[in-house]
Design a protein around this ligand. Structure first.
Ligand SMILES: Cc1cc2nc3c(=O)[nH]c(=O)nc-3n(C[C@H](O)[C@H](O)[C@H](O)COP(=O)(O)OP(=O)(O)OC[C@H]3O[C@@H](n4cnc5c(N)ncnc54)[C@H](O)[C@@H]3O)c2cc1C
Length: 570
C-alpha cells in the first residue's frame, strides 16, 4: 500500500480511506491497521480529504508513521469537496488492461507494479501530481493514444464499463484539473503531437491536441505567423490543454479569446463518437457552434484530439519597455493613456508589484533593469510592421506618471524583460506553498484585494508585511501581478506549507470579495478540483443548472474528469 487516504471531516481521529482496503473506512483510524496490511516502508503518500481542520490530524498521522519507520512520506491535502471515491466506478482489472493493450499496444499503457506492470513509481508520480505539487492523485494506469480512433475505442470501453477517466495535456494547469483525484485512468495526449496542415495564405493551422504551444509557435514562425496565445508555461502546455482551459495569457490583449481564434475542433465524446469539426473557415454561421462548448470544458464532456486555429501574421517590429511607477493608480492611468496613444500597436500590458520583482530578481540572480526600486512595475509591448513604433513607446514613458523606464534594445533584452514577468509564477512557487487566485476584477479595484488580503492575514497574526528575515510567520508574502489590460489579477499568497488555517482565512474571503465587485473567481485557469464549489460566486443557479444538463447530455455516466468542475449535486 503506497497511498493512504484520510477522511478528516469530523475533526476527530482520521479515518483511513483506501480504495484497496475499502473496509478500513469503517474500522476507524488505526495505525495498527496500516502496519498489519502493508510494509510501512512502502507508504509514500498520505492524502487528507477535508472541508477544513485536516492539517494537524494529517501531520500527527504522518509523524506517527515516520516514527514507525516510514520514509519519503509526502503529506497532501486534496480538495475541499471530495472525500470519497465514487463507488459506481469500476476498479481496473486484468481484463481492462488487456483491452487497453490490444488497442494501444503494450508500450503505450503504463501500469504500476502493484497492478502487475513495470512503471517506476516516480514515472507515475509525474502524471499523478500537479504543477504546484498541491494535488496528488493515485492512478495506477496511464494511456497514450496516438489518434482520435484510439481515443474513441478507449473512451467507448471506459464508458461501457464505467471506468473513470482523467484527461491530461501538459499538466501545467493550476487548479488540479489535470491530475486524477483517486484512481481514474489517465489519458495523456502527449503522443498526439503532429502538425496536420498549415494554410500558408490564411494562416489556419490544424494540429493534434497534444502539440506543445511553443513548438507550434516555432513551426508557424518559419512561415511568418505567430500563435494567437502565449503564456509562461508555453514550453510544456498543449494546445488541447489551452483550448480545454480557455487559457488567456499575455497575448489576450492583442488577439482576444480562444473562443475567437479556434476555428474548429476534433473531439471524441465519451461514447466513442468522433466529432470532426476541423473547419478552417473564419466565418461559418450554420447553426449551433458546438466547438465553443469544448473551449473551457476541462475534459469533462469529451477529449479534444485536434485543433484548427487562426494564427496571426508575426509582427516584424516589436518593442518592449519596463517602467517603474509609484502606485497602482499610476499603473492603471498609464494603461488608459497607453491605449489612447498606442491604439492598435499595443500588444501587451502587464504589471507586477515590488514583492514580485524582488522575488524574481533574487530567483534569477539578476539585476533590476531600472536604476531604482519602485512599488509597481509595468511591461509594455508594441508590435506591428513599423520600426518607428519605439518612438511611440518612448512617448508613453514621458507621460508624467512613469518614474523611470527602459526600452529593450534588441531581442536578447526583450526576452530578458519578458522573463521577469513570465518568471513570476515559477519563482514564487519555488519559494513556498503558493495559494493562487486567478481573478477577474474591474481594473479600478484590481489591486485593492491584495491590500485587503494582507490586512486579513496580519490581523490573524500569521503574516507581517515587510517582516524582518529573522521573524518567522507562516505566510511569507502576498503578491499581485497580472494582465491589467484584461482585468485579470493573479493574487498569490506564499506560505511555508499548505495549511487549512490559511485556507480558511483565504476562502471564501477571496471569492466573496470578487463576488462583491461582480468579478469572476476564475479569469483563465478554470475550475478543476479547486473551484467547483466557488462557481456560485460567479454563476447563478440557472447557469449552473444548464451547465449540469450539458454535462449529463454528453457524459451521462459521469466518467469524464469526475469530482471536478461542477459543484456536488446535493
Ligand atoms: C508558469 C505557468 C504560467 C502560466 N500562465 C498562464 C497564463 O498566463 N494564462 C493561462 O490561462 N494559464 C496559465 N497557466 C496555466 C496553464 O498553463 C494553462 O491552464 C494551460 O492552458 C494548461 O494546458 P495543459 O496542456 O498543461 O493542460 P493540463 O494542465 O494537462 O490540463 C488542464 C485541464 O484541461 C483538460 N485537458 C487537457 N488536455 C485536454 C484535451 N486534449 N481534451 C480535453 N481536456 C483536456 C484537463 O483534463 C484539465 O482539466 C500557467 C501555468 C504555469 C505553470
Amino acid at each position: 500500500m503506497r497511498n493512504i487516504y484520510l477522511n478528516c471531516v469530523k475533526r476527530t481521529e482520521p479515518v483511513i480511506r483506501n480504495p484497496n482496503f475499502a473496509r478500513s473506512a469503517k474500522a476507524g483510524a488505526r495505525l495498527g491497521f496500516v502496519t498489519q496490511k502493508c510494509n510501512i516502508h512502502s507508504v509514500r503518500n498520505v492524502t487528507a480529504f477535508s472541508k477544513s481542520g485536516a492539517d494537524s490530524l494529517r501531520d500527527d498521522f504522518c509523524t506517527k508513521l515516520r516514527g514507525l519507520g516510514a520514509k519519503n512520506i509526502q503529506s497532501r491535502m486534496m480538495g475541499h469537496v471530495v472525500s470519497q471515491r465514487d463507488s459506481r466506478f469500476k476498479k481496473l482489472g486484468k481484463e481492462d488492461l488487456d483491452y487497453f493493450k490490444s488497442v494501444l499496444s503494450e508500450s503505450r499503457v503504463l501500469v504500476s507494479k502493484e497492478m502487475g506492470g513495470n512503471a517506476d513509481p516516480t514515472e507515475l508520480d509525474t502524471f499523478n501530481t500537479d504543477w504546484l505539487s498541491k494535488y496528488v492523485g493515485h492512478s495506477q494506469v496511464v494511456l497514450f493514444p496516438t489518434s482520435a480512433q484510439e481515443v474513441s475505442k478507449v473512451l467507448k470501453y471506459c464508458n461501457e464499463n464505467t471506468i473513470a477517466v482523467c484527461v491530461q495535456g501538459g499538466n501545467t494547469g493550476l487548479v488540479g484539473g489535470s491530475v486524477p483525484v483517486f484512481d481514474e485512468v489517465v489519458l495523456s495526449l502527449s503522443k498526439m503531437d503532429k502538425v496536420r496542415s498549415l494554410d500558408k495564405d490564411s494562416g489556419a493551422l490544424v494540429c493534434d491536441a497534444g502539440c506543445i504551444l511553443e513548438s507550434l509557435d516555432d513551426y508557424v514562425g518559419e512561415f511568418g505567423f505567430t500563435m494567437p496565445i502565449d503564456l509562461g508555461a508555453k514550453g510544456s502546455c498543449h494546445i488541447g490543454g489551452n483550448v480545454s482551459t480557455n487559457a488567456g495569457g499575455i497575448r489576450y490583449l492583442r488577439y482576444g479569446s480562444l473562443h475567437g481564434s479556434v476555428l474548429g475542433l476534433e473531439v471524441v465524446l465519451p461514447d466513442g463518437t468522433i466529432i470532426n469539426n476541423l473547419s478552417t473557415l473564419r466565418k461559418d454561421s450554420t447553426g449551433y457552434d458546438i466547438k465553443q462548448l469544448f473551449v473551457g470544458a476541462e475534459g469533462t464532456i469529451g477529449v479534444v484530439t485536434g485543433v484548427s486555429i487562426a494564427t496571426a501574421r508575426r509582427p516584424t517590429s516589436v518593442n518592449v519597455a519596463v517602467l517603474g511607477v509609484n502606485s497602482y493608480q499610476d499603473v492603471k492611468n498609464t494603461y488608459i493613456q497607453s491605449r489612447k496613444d498606442l491604439c492598435e500597436i499595443l500588444s501587451a500590458f502587464e504589471f507586477w508589484d515590488a514583492r514580485c520583482m524582488d522575488t524574481v530578481l533574487t530567483g534569477f540572480n539578476t539585476s533590476n533593469p531600472l536604476s531604482g526600486d519602485y512599488p509597481f512595475y509595468v511591461l509594455i509591448e508594441t508590435s506591428g510592421s513599423n520600426d518607428e513604433h519605439d518612438e511611440a513607446v518612448e512617448k508613453t514613458m514621458e507621460n508624467g506618471l512613469v518614474q523611470d523606464g527602459t526600452l529593450a534594445q534588441g531581442k536578447t533584452q526583450i526576452s530578458k524583460m519578458w522573463s521577469l514577468r513570465e518568471g513570476i509564477p515559477t519563482v514564487l512557487a519555488q519559494t513556498g506553498a503558493t495559494y493562487k487566485y486567478d481573478i477577474s476584477i474591474p481594473i479600478n479595484q484590481l489591486y485593492d484585494i491584495v491590500h485587503d488580503t494582507e490586512v486579513r492575514l496580519e490581523n490573524a497574526g500569521i503574516y507581517k508585511k515587510d517582516a524582518a528575515p529573522s521573524e518567522n510567520y507562516p505566510v511569507k508574502s502576498v503578491n499581485g501581478y497580472g494582465h491589467i489590460g484584461d482585468g485579470n489579477l493573479h493574487l498569490n499568497i506564499v506560505a511555508d506549507k499548505f495549511d487549512d488555517k490559511i485556507t480558511d482565512l483565504l476562502e471564501p474571503f477571496v471569492y466573496e470579495w470578487v463576488e462583491n465587485v461582480a468579478g469572476s473567481v476564475s479569469a483563465e485557469h478554470g475550475l478543476g478540483i479547486m473551484k467547483p464549489e466557488c462557481l456560485k460566486y460567479t454563476k447563478n443557479d440557472q447557469i449552473v443548472s444548464v451547465m449540469r444538463n450539458i454535462k449529463n447530455m454528453f457524459d451521462p455516466n459521469g466518467i469524464m474528469n469526475p469530482y471536478k468542475y461542477l459543484p456536488e449535486n446535493k
